[in-house]
Design a protein around this ligand. Structure first.
Ligand SMILES: [Zn+2]
Length: 130
């Protein structure tokens, strides 16, 4: 319909005042595209930060599991005993685990399918579900 009344509007993109229709949001068609491009970029950045947050923890859990893989490979004995210090020197992160299992009254801190059975103060037995 012709004769729509101009309203005082503020562009959502650039913040400039302009005269437009009641439902108009942008002073120029290009500012609509730029506005939505900005929102898309902000959402992608937020997703990236979220992903990085989880990635850091998942990377540590994978590293823990791989450290235990190495310990299992290098020891052919059925029960592998390790100390906290030995694991710290290999880069093990004690603050991260995927679950805590109980085994014969002992707590087992799992890193995916490998775990540390708590045998005593700073002493662990390496166990695996493989
Ligand atoms: Zn504008």
């Amino acid at each position: 319909m012709k004769g729509t009344y101009p309203y005082k509007k503020t562009c959502l993109y650039c913040g400039e005042q302009y005269e437009g229709r009641l439902n108009s949001k942008f002073c120029l068609p290009g500012h609509k595209a730029l506005y939505h491009a900005d929102i898309k970029r902000q959402n992608e950045e937020a997703e990236g930060e979220k992903y990085n947050r989880y990635k850091n923890v998942v990377d540590r859990l994978i590293k823990n599991c791989e450290i235990l893989d190495d310990v299992i490979e290098k020891n052919s004995v059925p029960k592998i005993s390790v100390t906290r210090n030995e694991l710290l020197q290999l880069g093990f992160s004690f603050e991260y685990h995927t679950s805590i299992d109980g085994q014969e009254g002992y707590n087992v801190f799992m890193s995916f399918d490998n775990g540390l059975k708590v045998m005593g103060i700073d002493t662990y037995e390496v166990v695996t579900r493989k």
